[in-house]
Design a binder for this molecule. Structure first.
Ligand code: MF3
Ligand code: CO
Ligand code: CO
Length: 285
């Protein structure tokens, strides 16, 4: 049996339960968008994703214990590589579509996809997002956290804390048989109530067997729109929240780093979650 056949064999030995297939059929009849059966993970796949996700959480715990003022973002990359390899795992970002480093480090007005560099020192007052994705046994876990360097302004602290709240509000909306749009609707409502804006160009995603799978998880969306959340789906929620306007620009030199167009600060938190029959389970944080 080759790797491809093995992948498909799960679908015979671990079929989707009948009561879930029936409920999916009802949703489809109502005109809702239902996921392809390949997006509904089976127990053995969930175990693999859980394992990769656990290592990925360990990566961020390791960064949390060692990050400090005066380090460079390259030092963060070194920590991530060392920890990941010590756990016989792979840093998914490395060489992903040409990305040159092993983790994303996005400081202050950088929204995401910041590239670690020896010349980028972390100063007192900076806020930084560290976004790690780990491959273990060919399964993926993806998460990111914010870190506040020393004493940061109240404005920045509040942005970091309220962005975490946005993720938590998104998690609460990520209930089985809700839709993906319910997540973004809850997030954007809260973010706007705090005077923040929500980045639209990038979002969460299905994850687990691949780095980025369907569905796209918009963080600014309308309730009751988009794909139905079916138990067994694994997705990320990763709101990017700006202190100023929502518009972003891409770095014209490296082709990766996303900045706020108005240079305002931006924050992001990301979890990988499993949709279950009763709610969701956080796999990586
Ligand atoms: N980890 C990011 C995400 O949350 C993706 C980074 S892609 C990279 O989806 F190439 F920049 F690493
Ligand atoms: Co990520
Ligand atoms: Co992600």
């Amino acid at each position: 049996m080759n790797a491809e056949e093995q992948k498909l064999s799960y679908f015979k030995t671990e079929p989707i339960p009948d009561h879930i297939l029936e409920r999916m059929a009802e949703c489809k009849k109502k005109g809702m968008i239902v996921p392809d059966e390949t997006l509904i993970k089976r127990p053995s796949q969930i175990e693999g994703i859980r394992e990769a996700s656990r290592i990925n959480t360990g990566v961020l715990d390791e960064v949390a214990s060692r990050i400090q003022v005066g380090m460079t973002t390259q030092d963060i990359d070194d920590i991530v590589v060392e920890y990941t390899h010590a756990h016989n795992a792979i840093c998914a970002p490395y060489k992903f579509e040409g990305f040159p480093k092993s983790v994303c480090t996005s400081v202050n007005n950088e929204v995401c996809h910041g590239i670690p560099a020896k010349h980028r020192k972390l100063h007192e007052g900076d806020i930084i997002n560290v976004d790690a994705t780990t491959i273990f046994n060919s399964y993926y876990g993806d998460a990111s956290r914010m870190f506040m360097m020393g004493a940061v302004s109240d404005k920045r602290r509040k942005l970091v804390e309220e962005t975490k709240k946005c993720l938590e509000i998104g998690l609460a909306a990520a209930q089985p048989w809700n839709t993906v749009g319910d997540i973004g609707a809850a997030i954007v409502k809260y973010a706007h109530s705090k005077g923040y804006s929500v980045v639209r160009e990038l979002g969460g995603h299905g994850v687990g067997v691949d780095f980025h799978e369907d569905p796209f998880v918009a963080h600014d969306a309308k309730a009751h729109t988009g794909m139905v959340l079916v138990p067994g789906m694994v997705i990320t929620i990763e709101p990017m929240i700006n202190a100023g306007r929502a518009a972003v620009v891409i770095d014209p030199y490296n082709g990766w780093t996303i900045y706020t167009r108005d240079n305002s600060d931006s924050a992001q938190w990301e979890h990988t979650i499993l949709i279950t029959e009763t709610g969701n389970e956080i796999l990586s944080y």
